[in-house]
Ligand binder design. Structure first.
Ligand SMILES: C[S@@+](CC[C@H](N)C(=O)[O-])C[C@H]1O[C@@H](n2cnc3c(N)ncnc32)[C@H](O)[C@@H]1O
Length: 444
Protein backbone atom coordinates (compact mmCIF):
# COMPACT_ATOMS: atom_id res chain seq x y z
CA UNK A 1 0.00 0.00 0.00
CA UNK A 2 1.19 3.55 -0.68
CA UNK A 3 2.44 5.14 2.54
CA UNK A 4 1.10 8.66 3.01
CA UNK A 5 -1.61 8.23 0.36
CA UNK A 6 -4.08 6.82 2.90
CA UNK A 7 -3.16 9.48 5.51
CA UNK A 8 -4.53 12.32 3.41
CA UNK A 9 -7.45 14.26 4.86
CA UNK A 10 -10.66 12.96 3.33
CA UNK A 11 -14.34 13.88 3.85
CA UNK A 12 -16.64 11.88 6.14
CA UNK A 13 -19.21 11.84 3.33
CA UNK A 14 -22.31 12.58 5.37
CA UNK A 15 -23.41 14.21 2.11
CA UNK A 16 -22.31 14.48 -1.51
CA UNK A 17 -21.35 17.11 -2.52
CA UNK A 18 -19.88 17.72 0.93
CA UNK A 19 -20.53 20.87 2.99
CA UNK A 20 -17.13 22.23 1.86
CA UNK A 21 -18.75 22.80 -1.53
CA UNK A 22 -21.63 24.85 -0.16
CA UNK A 23 -21.60 28.56 -1.03
CA UNK A 24 -23.68 31.68 -0.52
CA UNK A 25 -25.46 31.33 -3.90
CA UNK A 26 -28.16 29.38 -2.01
CA UNK A 27 -30.20 31.62 0.29
CA UNK A 28 -33.61 31.78 1.98
CA UNK A 29 -35.56 32.29 -1.26
CA UNK A 30 -34.03 29.23 -2.95
CA UNK A 31 -34.56 27.13 0.20
CA UNK A 32 -38.25 28.14 0.24
CA UNK A 33 -38.59 27.24 -3.47
CA UNK A 34 -37.00 23.82 -2.93
CA UNK A 35 -39.35 23.16 -0.02
CA UNK A 36 -42.38 24.15 -2.15
CA UNK A 37 -41.23 21.80 -4.95
CA UNK A 38 -40.89 18.95 -2.47
CA UNK A 39 -43.41 16.42 -3.76
CA UNK A 40 -44.93 15.19 -0.54
CA UNK A 41 -42.44 12.39 0.11
CA UNK A 42 -41.54 11.95 3.75
CA UNK A 43 -38.48 13.52 5.34
CA UNK A 44 -36.61 13.50 8.63
CA UNK A 45 -36.89 16.64 10.74
CA UNK A 46 -33.54 17.68 12.24
CA UNK A 47 -33.50 20.27 15.04
CA UNK A 48 -30.21 21.77 16.11
CA UNK A 49 -29.62 23.32 19.53
CA UNK A 50 -26.14 24.91 19.47
CA UNK A 51 -25.69 25.17 23.24
CA UNK A 52 -23.98 23.14 25.97
CA UNK A 53 -23.47 23.65 29.72
CA UNK A 54 -19.73 23.97 29.05
CA UNK A 55 -17.45 23.42 26.11
CA UNK A 56 -15.52 20.15 25.70
CA UNK A 57 -12.16 20.81 24.04
CA UNK A 58 -12.41 17.92 21.57
CA UNK A 59 -15.76 19.04 20.17
CA UNK A 60 -16.03 19.68 16.44
CA UNK A 61 -19.79 20.37 16.46
CA UNK A 62 -21.59 23.70 16.06
CA UNK A 63 -22.05 24.60 19.72
CA UNK A 64 -21.13 27.09 22.44
CA UNK A 65 -21.41 27.27 26.22
CA UNK A 66 -24.72 29.02 26.97
CA UNK A 67 -26.76 29.29 30.17
CA UNK A 68 -28.38 32.76 29.74
CA UNK A 69 -32.14 32.34 30.17
CA UNK A 70 -32.90 35.26 27.79
CA UNK A 71 -30.87 33.70 24.96
CA UNK A 72 -32.38 30.25 25.56
CA UNK A 73 -35.90 31.80 25.47
CA UNK A 74 -35.11 33.65 22.24
CA UNK A 75 -33.62 30.54 20.63
CA UNK A 76 -36.61 28.35 21.51
CA UNK A 77 -38.88 31.05 20.06
CA UNK A 78 -36.81 31.08 16.83
CA UNK A 79 -37.17 27.28 16.53
CA UNK A 80 -40.94 27.61 16.91
CA UNK A 81 -41.08 30.37 14.29
CA UNK A 82 -38.95 28.42 11.83
CA UNK A 83 -41.18 25.36 12.33
CA UNK A 84 -44.24 27.54 11.57
CA UNK A 85 -42.58 28.80 8.39
CA UNK A 86 -41.56 25.29 7.35
CA UNK A 87 -45.11 23.97 7.83
CA UNK A 88 -46.58 26.93 5.89
CA UNK A 89 -44.09 26.47 3.03
CA UNK A 90 -44.31 22.65 2.78
CA UNK A 91 -47.83 21.86 4.03
CA UNK A 92 -47.73 18.27 2.72
CA UNK A 93 -44.53 17.37 4.51
CA UNK A 94 -44.81 14.09 6.41
CA UNK A 95 -42.19 13.49 9.07
CA UNK A 96 -40.65 9.99 9.15
CA UNK A 97 -38.02 10.69 11.85
CA UNK A 98 -37.16 13.46 14.28
CA UNK A 99 -33.56 14.02 15.32
CA UNK A 100 -32.71 16.47 18.08
CA UNK A 101 -29.00 17.28 17.85
CA UNK A 102 -26.48 19.76 19.06
CA UNK A 103 -24.74 20.80 21.15
CA UNK A 104 -26.97 19.47 23.85
CA UNK A 105 -30.70 19.86 23.10
CA UNK A 106 -31.65 19.55 26.80
CA UNK A 107 -29.61 22.70 27.49
CA UNK A 108 -32.76 24.50 26.27
CA UNK A 109 -34.36 23.51 29.59
CA UNK A 110 -37.33 21.28 30.20
CA UNK A 111 -40.22 23.67 29.50
CA UNK A 112 -38.71 25.14 26.33
CA UNK A 113 -37.93 21.64 25.03
CA UNK A 114 -41.49 20.49 25.74
CA UNK A 115 -42.94 23.62 24.05
CA UNK A 116 -40.98 23.01 20.84
CA UNK A 117 -42.01 19.33 20.93
CA UNK A 118 -45.71 20.32 21.21
CA UNK A 119 -45.28 22.71 18.28
CA UNK A 120 -43.92 19.91 16.09
CA UNK A 121 -46.88 17.66 17.03
CA UNK A 122 -49.34 20.45 16.22
CA UNK A 123 -47.83 21.33 12.84
CA UNK A 124 -46.81 18.10 11.10
CA UNK A 125 -48.19 14.70 10.23
CA UNK A 126 -45.88 12.05 11.50
CA UNK A 127 -45.55 8.42 10.49
CA UNK A 128 -46.52 6.07 13.27
CA UNK A 129 -43.17 4.28 13.07
CA UNK A 130 -41.10 7.48 13.14
CA UNK A 131 -37.92 7.18 15.21
CA UNK A 132 -37.54 10.16 17.56
CA UNK A 133 -33.98 10.51 18.79
CA UNK A 134 -32.11 12.99 20.93
CA UNK A 135 -28.48 13.58 21.94
CA UNK A 136 -28.03 13.72 25.70
CA UNK A 137 -25.10 14.70 27.91
CA UNK A 138 -25.37 12.04 30.66
CA UNK A 139 -23.82 14.39 33.22
CA UNK A 140 -26.93 16.55 33.12
CA UNK A 141 -29.72 14.04 32.78
CA UNK A 142 -31.86 13.48 35.89
CA UNK A 143 -35.36 12.00 36.27
CA UNK A 144 -37.06 15.33 35.51
CA UNK A 145 -35.23 15.74 32.20
CA UNK A 146 -35.75 12.05 31.42
CA UNK A 147 -39.54 12.50 31.81
CA UNK A 148 -39.54 15.48 29.44
CA UNK A 149 -37.45 13.56 26.91
CA UNK A 150 -39.94 10.67 27.10
CA UNK A 151 -42.79 13.20 26.73
CA UNK A 152 -41.36 14.22 23.34
CA UNK A 153 -42.19 10.69 22.17
CA UNK A 154 -38.48 9.85 22.13
CA UNK A 155 -37.72 6.32 20.97
CA UNK A 156 -33.92 6.48 21.17
CA UNK A 157 -31.36 8.41 23.19
CA UNK A 158 -27.71 8.95 22.19
CA UNK A 159 -25.47 9.31 25.22
CA UNK A 160 -22.13 11.05 24.79
CA UNK A 161 -19.37 9.22 26.63
CA UNK A 162 -16.20 9.52 24.47
CA UNK A 163 -13.89 7.84 27.03
CA UNK A 164 -14.15 6.75 30.68
CA UNK A 165 -10.45 7.21 31.45
CA UNK A 166 -9.88 10.20 33.76
CA UNK A 167 -6.52 11.13 32.17
CA UNK A 168 -8.13 11.28 28.73
CA UNK A 169 -11.15 13.13 30.15
CA UNK A 170 -8.81 15.75 31.66
CA UNK A 171 -7.07 16.19 28.31
CA UNK A 172 -10.41 16.91 26.58
CA UNK A 173 -12.08 18.84 29.43
CA UNK A 174 -14.87 16.30 29.80
CA UNK A 175 -14.96 14.96 33.36
CA UNK A 176 -17.65 12.26 33.46
CA UNK A 177 -17.82 9.41 35.91
CA UNK A 178 -19.05 5.98 34.92
CA UNK A 179 -21.73 6.38 37.63
CA UNK A 180 -23.07 9.59 36.01
CA UNK A 181 -23.56 7.71 32.75
CA UNK A 182 -25.13 4.69 34.49
CA UNK A 183 -27.47 6.99 36.46
CA UNK A 184 -28.61 8.84 33.33
CA UNK A 185 -29.36 5.49 31.70
CA UNK A 186 -31.33 4.36 34.76
CA UNK A 187 -33.42 7.59 34.75
CA UNK A 188 -34.13 7.30 31.03
CA UNK A 189 -35.04 3.60 31.32
CA UNK A 190 -37.34 4.40 34.26
CA UNK A 191 -39.04 7.04 32.08
CA UNK A 192 -39.84 4.30 29.53
CA UNK A 193 -37.10 4.78 26.93
CA UNK A 194 -35.71 1.46 25.75
CA UNK A 195 -33.23 2.18 22.96
CA UNK A 196 -29.81 3.71 23.53
CA UNK A 197 -26.69 4.62 21.60
CA UNK A 198 -23.40 5.28 23.28
CA UNK A 199 -20.88 7.55 21.51
CA UNK A 200 -17.20 6.78 22.01
CA UNK A 201 -14.20 8.36 20.31
CA UNK A 202 -10.80 6.83 19.52
CA UNK A 203 -7.66 8.79 18.71
CA UNK A 204 -8.16 11.18 21.66
CA UNK A 205 -5.23 12.87 23.43
CA UNK A 206 -3.45 10.65 25.97
CA UNK A 207 -5.59 7.70 24.90
CA UNK A 208 -3.73 4.40 24.58
CA UNK A 209 -4.82 0.95 23.47
CA UNK A 210 -4.93 0.07 27.18
CA UNK A 211 -7.20 2.97 28.25
CA UNK A 212 -9.45 2.41 25.25
CA UNK A 213 -9.70 -1.30 26.07
CA UNK A 214 -10.86 -0.51 29.64
CA UNK A 215 -13.36 2.07 28.31
CA UNK A 216 -14.78 -0.56 25.95
CA UNK A 217 -15.09 -3.06 28.85
CA UNK A 218 -17.00 -0.51 30.94
CA UNK A 219 -19.18 0.68 28.06
CA UNK A 220 -20.19 -2.90 27.18
CA UNK A 221 -21.54 -3.43 30.72
CA UNK A 222 -24.11 -0.67 30.01
CA UNK A 223 -25.59 -2.80 27.19
CA UNK A 224 -26.64 -0.05 24.75
CA UNK A 225 -28.41 -1.18 21.57
CA UNK A 226 -25.83 0.66 19.48
CA UNK A 227 -22.39 2.20 19.65
CA UNK A 228 -21.04 4.97 17.46
CA UNK A 229 -17.25 5.03 17.68
CA UNK A 230 -15.80 7.99 15.79
CA UNK A 231 -12.17 8.68 14.99
CA UNK A 232 -11.21 11.93 16.71
CA UNK A 233 -11.16 14.80 14.19
CA UNK A 234 -8.52 17.33 15.25
CA UNK A 235 -9.38 20.45 13.25
CA UNK A 236 -8.07 23.44 15.28
CA UNK A 237 -8.17 25.67 12.19
CA UNK A 238 -11.97 25.22 12.20
CA UNK A 239 -12.46 24.84 15.97
CA UNK A 240 -9.91 27.10 17.73
CA UNK A 241 -10.81 25.69 21.20
CA UNK A 242 -9.16 22.41 20.09
CA UNK A 243 -5.83 24.31 20.43
CA UNK A 244 -6.27 23.69 24.16
CA UNK A 245 -5.47 20.06 23.33
CA UNK A 246 -1.76 19.22 23.21
CA UNK A 247 -1.35 17.90 19.65
CA UNK A 248 1.77 16.05 20.83
CA UNK A 249 -0.41 13.83 23.04
CA UNK A 250 -2.51 12.54 20.11
CA UNK A 251 -1.93 8.92 19.09
CA UNK A 252 -0.07 8.52 15.77
CA UNK A 253 -1.63 7.11 12.59
CA UNK A 254 -0.55 3.52 13.25
CA UNK A 255 -1.98 3.62 16.80
CA UNK A 256 -5.25 5.12 15.51
CA UNK A 257 -5.53 2.28 12.98
CA UNK A 258 -4.84 -0.27 15.76
CA UNK A 259 -7.48 1.42 17.93
CA UNK A 260 -10.07 1.27 15.13
CA UNK A 261 -9.30 -2.44 14.63
CA UNK A 262 -9.52 -3.13 18.38
CA UNK A 263 -12.88 -1.34 18.64
CA UNK A 264 -14.28 -3.47 15.80
CA UNK A 265 -12.91 -6.73 17.26
CA UNK A 266 -14.13 -6.06 20.79
CA UNK A 267 -17.60 -4.85 19.88
CA UNK A 268 -18.16 -7.67 17.40
CA UNK A 269 -17.01 -10.16 20.07
CA UNK A 270 -19.47 -8.41 22.44
CA UNK A 271 -22.43 -9.28 20.16
CA UNK A 272 -22.60 -6.17 17.95
CA UNK A 273 -22.66 -6.09 14.16
CA UNK A 274 -20.48 -3.49 12.45
CA UNK A 275 -22.63 -1.14 10.41
CA UNK A 276 -20.93 1.09 7.86
CA UNK A 277 -17.75 2.75 8.97
CA UNK A 278 -18.20 3.56 12.64
CA UNK A 279 -21.51 2.20 13.97
CA UNK A 280 -22.16 -1.07 15.81
CA UNK A 281 -25.63 -2.45 16.49
CA UNK A 282 -27.00 -5.46 18.41
CA UNK A 283 -27.87 -8.18 15.91
CA UNK A 284 -31.68 -7.66 16.04
CA UNK A 285 -31.47 -3.85 16.02
CA UNK A 286 -33.14 -1.89 13.20
CA UNK A 287 -29.77 -0.50 12.06
CA UNK A 288 -28.28 -3.98 11.69
CA UNK A 289 -31.43 -5.14 9.86
CA UNK A 290 -31.39 -2.10 7.55
CA UNK A 291 -27.71 -2.72 6.76
CA UNK A 292 -28.44 -6.38 5.97
CA UNK A 293 -31.42 -5.44 3.75
CA UNK A 294 -29.66 -2.61 1.89
CA UNK A 295 -32.04 -0.06 3.50
CA UNK A 296 -29.47 1.96 5.39
CA UNK A 297 -29.08 5.71 4.68
CA UNK A 298 -26.43 8.17 5.69
CA UNK A 299 -27.17 11.77 6.49
CA UNK A 300 -25.56 14.54 8.52
CA UNK A 301 -26.44 12.66 11.72
CA UNK A 302 -24.67 9.49 10.59
CA UNK A 303 -26.38 6.20 9.70
CA UNK A 304 -30.20 6.20 9.81
CA UNK A 305 -33.00 3.76 9.00
CA UNK A 306 -35.93 5.99 8.01
CA UNK A 307 -37.43 5.44 4.55
CA UNK A 308 -36.31 8.57 2.77
CA UNK A 309 -32.97 10.33 2.59
CA UNK A 310 -34.55 13.80 2.69
CA UNK A 311 -34.01 16.03 5.70
CA UNK A 312 -35.65 19.31 6.71
CA UNK A 313 -33.19 21.10 9.01
CA UNK A 314 -34.32 23.60 11.63
CA UNK A 315 -32.06 25.70 13.89
CA UNK A 316 -28.66 27.35 13.59
CA UNK A 317 -26.27 25.47 11.24
CA UNK A 318 -28.95 22.85 10.42
CA UNK A 319 -28.63 21.37 6.93
CA UNK A 320 -31.61 20.42 4.77
CA UNK A 321 -31.17 17.69 2.17
CA UNK A 322 -33.84 18.16 -0.50
CA UNK A 323 -34.26 16.63 -3.97
CA UNK A 324 -32.92 19.79 -5.64
CA UNK A 325 -29.99 20.44 -3.32
CA UNK A 326 -28.60 21.11 0.13
CA UNK A 327 -29.29 24.27 2.12
CA UNK A 328 -27.73 25.22 5.45
CA UNK A 329 -28.88 27.75 8.02
CA UNK A 330 -26.49 30.34 9.38
CA UNK A 331 -24.15 28.67 11.90
CA UNK A 332 -24.00 31.84 13.96
CA UNK A 333 -26.82 31.55 16.51
CA UNK A 334 -27.34 35.35 16.74
CA UNK A 335 -27.54 35.72 12.95
CA UNK A 336 -29.85 32.72 12.74
CA UNK A 337 -32.21 34.23 15.33
CA UNK A 338 -32.13 37.66 13.63
CA UNK A 339 -33.01 36.16 10.23
CA UNK A 340 -35.91 34.16 11.67
CA UNK A 341 -37.16 37.16 13.68
CA UNK A 342 -37.23 39.14 10.40
CA UNK A 343 -39.79 36.62 9.11
CA UNK A 344 -37.77 34.58 6.58
CA UNK A 345 -35.65 31.44 6.54
CA UNK A 346 -32.08 31.71 7.83
CA UNK A 347 -30.38 29.90 4.93
CA UNK A 348 -26.78 31.09 4.53
CA UNK A 349 -25.28 28.61 2.05
CA UNK A 350 -25.89 25.45 0.08
CA UNK A 351 -25.53 23.81 -3.30
CA UNK A 352 -27.89 22.74 -6.08
CA UNK A 353 -27.45 19.17 -7.34
CA UNK A 354 -27.89 17.70 -10.84
CA UNK A 355 -28.40 14.09 -11.98
CA UNK A 356 -24.66 13.39 -12.07
CA UNK A 357 -24.24 14.70 -8.49
CA UNK A 358 -27.12 12.47 -7.40
CA UNK A 359 -25.54 9.45 -9.10
CA UNK A 360 -22.19 10.15 -7.42
CA UNK A 361 -24.01 10.74 -4.12
CA UNK A 362 -25.85 7.42 -4.44
CA UNK A 363 -22.63 5.51 -5.20
CA UNK A 364 -20.84 7.15 -2.26
CA UNK A 365 -23.84 6.53 0.03
CA UNK A 366 -23.94 2.82 -0.94
CA UNK A 367 -20.20 2.46 -0.37
CA UNK A 368 -20.47 4.09 3.07
CA UNK A 369 -23.54 2.02 4.01
CA UNK A 370 -23.16 -1.37 2.26
CA UNK A 371 -19.51 -1.49 1.10
CA UNK A 372 -20.74 -2.50 -2.36
CA UNK A 373 -22.45 -0.89 -5.33
CA UNK A 374 -23.55 -1.97 -8.78
CA UNK A 375 -22.28 1.05 -10.70
CA UNK A 376 -23.79 -0.03 -14.01
CA UNK A 377 -27.24 -0.33 -12.42
CA UNK A 378 -26.89 3.00 -10.59
CA UNK A 379 -25.86 4.73 -13.84
CA UNK A 380 -28.91 3.38 -15.66
CA UNK A 381 -31.21 4.75 -12.90
CA UNK A 382 -29.83 8.24 -13.55
CA UNK A 383 -29.70 7.92 -17.36
CA UNK A 384 -25.89 8.09 -17.43
CA UNK A 385 -23.78 5.82 -19.68
CA UNK A 386 -21.85 3.50 -17.38
CA UNK A 387 -18.71 2.51 -19.36
CA UNK A 388 -17.54 6.08 -19.81
CA UNK A 389 -18.56 6.97 -16.23
CA UNK A 390 -16.45 4.09 -14.82
CA UNK A 391 -13.57 4.97 -17.16
CA UNK A 392 -13.66 8.57 -15.89
CA UNK A 393 -13.17 7.42 -12.27
CA UNK A 394 -9.38 7.37 -12.59
CA UNK A 395 -8.87 6.92 -8.84
CA UNK A 396 -10.20 3.33 -9.02
CA UNK A 397 -7.12 1.73 -10.62
CA UNK A 398 -4.77 2.35 -7.64
CA UNK A 399 -7.47 1.13 -5.23
CA UNK A 400 -7.74 -2.11 -7.24
CA UNK A 401 -3.94 -2.46 -7.23
CA UNK A 402 -3.84 -1.92 -3.44
CA UNK A 403 -6.49 -4.64 -2.93
CA UNK A 404 -9.05 -2.28 -1.40
CA UNK A 405 -11.78 -3.05 -3.94
CA UNK A 406 -12.81 -5.66 -6.49
CA UNK A 407 -14.65 -4.80 -9.68
CA UNK A 408 -16.60 -7.33 -11.79
CA UNK A 409 -19.04 -6.33 -14.57
CA UNK A 410 -19.69 -2.91 -13.05
CA UNK A 411 -20.16 -4.35 -9.55
CA UNK A 412 -17.76 -2.75 -7.09
CA UNK A 413 -17.15 -4.41 -3.71
CA UNK A 414 -15.01 -3.15 -0.84
CA UNK A 415 -12.61 -5.81 0.51
CA UNK A 416 -12.00 -6.37 4.25
CA UNK A 417 -8.73 -4.51 3.80
CA UNK A 418 -10.58 -1.61 2.16
CA UNK A 419 -13.34 -1.26 4.76
CA UNK A 420 -11.49 1.02 7.21
CA UNK A 421 -10.36 3.10 4.20
CA UNK A 422 -13.80 3.32 2.56
CA UNK A 423 -13.72 7.13 2.55
CA UNK A 424 -10.72 7.00 0.18
CA UNK A 425 -12.74 4.72 -2.10
CA UNK A 426 -15.62 7.23 -2.01
CA UNK A 427 -13.18 10.01 -2.90
CA UNK A 428 -12.56 8.29 -6.26
CA UNK A 429 -16.17 9.23 -7.16
CA UNK A 430 -15.99 12.76 -5.72
CA UNK A 431 -15.44 15.14 -8.61
CA UNK A 432 -14.61 17.95 -6.15
CA UNK A 433 -12.03 16.01 -4.14
CA UNK A 434 -8.97 17.47 -5.87
CA UNK A 435 -10.20 21.01 -4.94
CA UNK A 436 -10.97 20.18 -1.33
CA UNK A 437 -7.96 18.04 -0.40
CA UNK A 438 -6.49 19.59 2.74
CA UNK A 439 -9.70 21.14 4.01
CA UNK A 440 -11.09 17.96 5.55
CA UNK A 441 -10.78 15.97 8.68
CA UNK A 442 -8.38 13.09 9.03
CA UNK A 443 -8.86 9.53 7.83
CA UNK A 444 -9.05 6.49 10.08
C1 LIG B 1 -23.04 16.59 18.70
S1 LIG B 1 -22.11 15.76 19.88
C2 LIG B 1 -23.25 15.84 21.18
C3 LIG B 1 -22.70 15.36 22.48
C4 LIG B 1 -23.62 15.59 23.68
N1 LIG B 1 -24.06 16.95 23.71
C5 LIG B 1 -22.86 15.29 24.94
O1 LIG B 1 -22.40 16.23 25.58
O2 LIG B 1 -22.69 14.13 25.23
C6 LIG B 1 -22.28 14.13 19.29
C7 LIG B 1 -21.03 13.33 19.17
O3 LIG B 1 -20.15 13.83 18.21
C8 LIG B 1 -18.88 13.25 18.43
N2 LIG B 1 -17.82 14.25 18.24
C9 LIG B 1 -17.82 15.54 18.59
N3 LIG B 1 -16.65 16.13 18.28
C10 LIG B 1 -15.89 15.19 17.67
C11 LIG B 1 -14.58 15.16 17.10
N4 LIG B 1 -13.79 16.24 17.12
N5 LIG B 1 -14.15 14.02 16.54
C12 LIG B 1 -14.93 12.91 16.53
N6 LIG B 1 -16.16 12.86 17.07
C13 LIG B 1 -16.63 13.98 17.62
C14 LIG B 1 -18.87 12.76 19.88
O4 LIG B 1 -18.84 11.36 19.92
C15 LIG B 1 -20.19 13.27 20.41
O5 LIG B 1 -20.76 12.44 21.37
Amino acid sequence: MRRGFYDRPVPRYTSYPTATQFDASIGPVQHGEWLKEFDGASAALYLHVPFCRQLCWYCACHTMAMRREGTLDAYAESLRQELDLLAATAPDLVIDAIQWGGGTPTQLGTSRLADVGRQIDALFDRRADAEISIEVDPRYCDSEIAEVIAGLGTTRVSLGVQDFDTTVQEAINRPQTFDATATALRCLRAAGITKFNIDLVYGLPRQTLGTLSRTLDQALTLEPNRFAVFGYAHVPWMKPHQRLIDAGSLPDGATRAAMAAMVADRLVAGGYVQVGLDHYAKAGDALARAAANGKLHRNFQGYVTNDSSWVAGVGASAISCLPNGYSQNSSDAARYMAAIAAGGFATARGIAVNAEDRLRGEIIGLLMCCQAVNIAEACSRFGIESDSFIASAEGLAPLLRDGLITMTDGQLAVTDRGRPLVRYICAAFDRHYADIEGKHTHGV
